[in-house]
Design a protein around this ligand. Structure first.
Ligand code: SAT
Ligand code: MN
Length: 593
């Protein structure tokens, strides 16, 4: 039975029923009984495997098709009235052409299947930050993932109103999971998303990248707020004061690890704590006091499994111990649990690898888990989840941090001179590619604000939006803007910074800068720490003052080469490139000469 009298919702759902012709229609009400029945059904059909109830209560394993393991950026489209509105970094197609193509693929594709209608809220139900979506899907896996990643069900519609038309339409059709016919399409001007022929993560959990970033970035531009690919964390000092930081990194560059950071021993002893508000997406608005506030619109973590372990991220690991769906990891047949590369040094011998074949982890040279295998874990499981997680007003932001994966060039940390310079620093972000998207891994590409695959309109206009937001902020209220790089390597290819929990040492410097408690050196690229101001206590033997100095260096020759790359990238934008950024580039070039 439909869960709403909202006419715009009912009309749209009915239209889609006529298109895809399901055998049955089920509205997801959010009740445990309904979800449990779906879990049971998915296990009966083999879509999911129930894991060991003692060791992993309420946990399941799912395998996607081997051709469907990551986001497909080449097949992701922004369909706006004009190509210019999508900008030079997005694939574009005319909306009418794309609707027709997608409807032809979707037509009758639910025959013999059930249509699930999922009402969901991005953000706490009823918060002024939050937005409602309806996702139609023919996949139980999607229903169960959405009910971890977002707030789903009747409660969402109960407080929505019958006349309200401000909701995002999402149609997902698994079809035959044919990669040649796979399309992930956003229609920002219609608040609509259509995804066909995939059943993987970011391609089909439409509340995540498609809505909360691509559509929401466009909404934010028009409505005066921001949707960013950022984690949100709080650092609590020994006095009990918490400062919040939003940080943008490309997919699979350690956002989840940073968001759930465990302080080094010395910091723990002193009473430092880190609280996780979000690990992937931040929605940001100005509060009544003139500061920027952020909420995490999601309700769970869709984290990369490989490399997650007791040492790298005990909080993420703990989050996966119940109520979690694992995708494309190895199944240990001896105890019906899961395993992935980097979980421990003890791979199972009697196992099934991610493609579904028998696998002996001790002998096989093949991987047990796909490099982009994932866990979908409820946020409430996380031992360090912030008590502000459900706060409908969000948390006040002290600093924005941008970062990428760069073996050379970018120093461990630097601060922008002011807001516009900070926007410049975000706009020139570049990172080595990872397994989170299909394509070559390890190639340096420009990824401004980590939004390259997620900005729902012209990136030049998006930068302008950042600049415009800055203009509305008093200088003393505006978050300070930083860049970090945990991934610098020495000549032998070894990482020069230990990363993980030790990144708190850098966050501490960032917060001190925000509070005006520490000096910095002005360089060609911005403010750099004096090496003595980064606390190395407890890192003896790992990082010396000298090695720290070498991760803090600014190699002018390398930076000159970098400016040529930036100039080329900026050249793509033509008239939407903000004059402010052009000016920042000129300043950087002059500083390097
Ligand atoms: O596949 S997702 O887009 O959900 C995850 C990611 O790439 O960050
Ligand atoms: Mn992400």
């Amino acid at each position: 039975m439909a869960l709403t009298n909202n006419k715009s919702i009912l009309d749209w759902v009915n239209e889609k029923i006529d298109l895809v012709k399901p055998d049955e229609v089920m509205w997801i009400d959010g009740s445990e009984e309904q979800l449990d029945a779906l879990r049971k059904e998915a296990c009966e059909t083999g879509e999911m495997t129930k894991l060991n109830e003692e060791l992993l209560p309420g946990c399941y394993l799912h395998r996607t098709k081997p051709n469907d393991v990551a986001r497909v950026e080449g097949r992701t489209f922004i369909c706006t009235e004009t190509k210019e509105q999508a900008g030079p970094t997005n694939n574009w197609e005319d909306p009418q052409v794309m609707y027709k193509k997608l409807y032809d693929i979707a037509r009758d594709s639910y025959k013999g299947r059930t249509m699930y209608v999922i009402p969901y809220s991005m953000g706490p139900v009823g918060s002024k930050f939050s937005k409602v979506g309806i996702e139609i899907t023919d996949s139980i896996y999607v229903v169960l993932n959405m009910s971890i990643m977002t707030r789903v069900g009747k409660a969402v519609l109960d407080c929505f109103g019958d006349e309200n038309n401000d909701w995002v339409r999402g149609l997902h059709c698994k079809c035959d999971v044919d990669e040649e016919q796979r399309y992930i399409c956003q229609f920002p001007q219609d608040n609509t998303i259509i995804s066909v022929n995939s059943a993987y993560g970011g391609n089909v959990l439409l509340g995540k990248k498609c809505f909360a970033l691509r559509i929401a970035s466009y909404q934010g531009k028009n409505e005066g707020w921001q949707a960013e690919h950022m984690l949100i964390l709080g650092v609590e000092n020994p006095k009990g004061e918490v400062k919040y930081i939003c940080a943008a990194f490309p997919s699979a560059c350690g956002k989840t690890n940073l968001a759930m950071l465990v302080p080094p021993e010395g910091y723990k002893k002193k009473g430092y704590k880190v609280w996780c508000v979000g690990d992937d997406i931040a929605w940001i608005r100005k509060g009544a006091d003139g500061r920027l506030y952020a909420i995490n619109p999601e309700n769970g973590f869709f984290g990369v499994a490989p490399g997650t372990n007791e040492k790298s991220n005990p909080n993420a690991l703990a989050s996966t111990k119940s109520g979690t769906i694992f995708t494309n990891v190895a199944l240990n047949l001896d105890n019906n649990t899961v395993w992935w590369e980097g979980l421990d040094k003890n791979p199972p011998e009697n196992a099934i690898e991610w493609k579904g074949q028998p696998w002996n982890g001790k002998e096989s040279t093949e991987k047990g888990a796909h490099p982009n295998s994932r866990f979908t874990a409820p946020a409430k499981n996380c031992p360090c989840i912030s008590k502000e997680f459900e706060n409908p007003d969000g948390v006040p932001i002290s600093a924005f941090v941008f970062g990428g994966r760069r073996a050379a060039l970018t120093p461990l940390v630097y601060q922008s001179r002011d807001w516009n310079h900070g926007v410049f620093v975000g706009s020139i972000m570049a990172s080595e590619t990872t397994a989170a998207a299909t394509g070559a891994v390890g190639v340096v590409r420009r990824d401004p604000m980590a939004m390259l695959p997620f900005c729902g309109y012209d990136m030049g206009d998006y930068w302008q939006h950042w600049i415009d937001i800055g203009e509305t902020l008093d200088a003393d209220k505006a978050p300070k803007i930083f860049n970090v790089n945990w991934f610098r390597k020495d000549e032998d290819g070894n990482f020069m910074w230990p990363g993980f929990g030790d990144n708190l040492r850098v966050l501490e410097w960032i917060i001190k800068r925000c509070e005006g408690e520490v000096e910095a050196d002005e360089t060609a690229i911005g403010y750099l720490p004096k090496a003595e101001d980064i606390n190395l206590e407890g890192l003896e033997g790992e990082v010396t003052l000298d090695s720290l100095k070498s991760i803090l260096d600014v190699d002018k020759e390398l930076w000159k080469k970098e400016t040529a790359g930036i100039e080329e990238f900026y050249g793509k934008f033509g008239k939407t490139l903000p004059a402010e950024l052009k000016k920042e580039l000129d300043t950087l070039k002059a500083n390097l000469d």
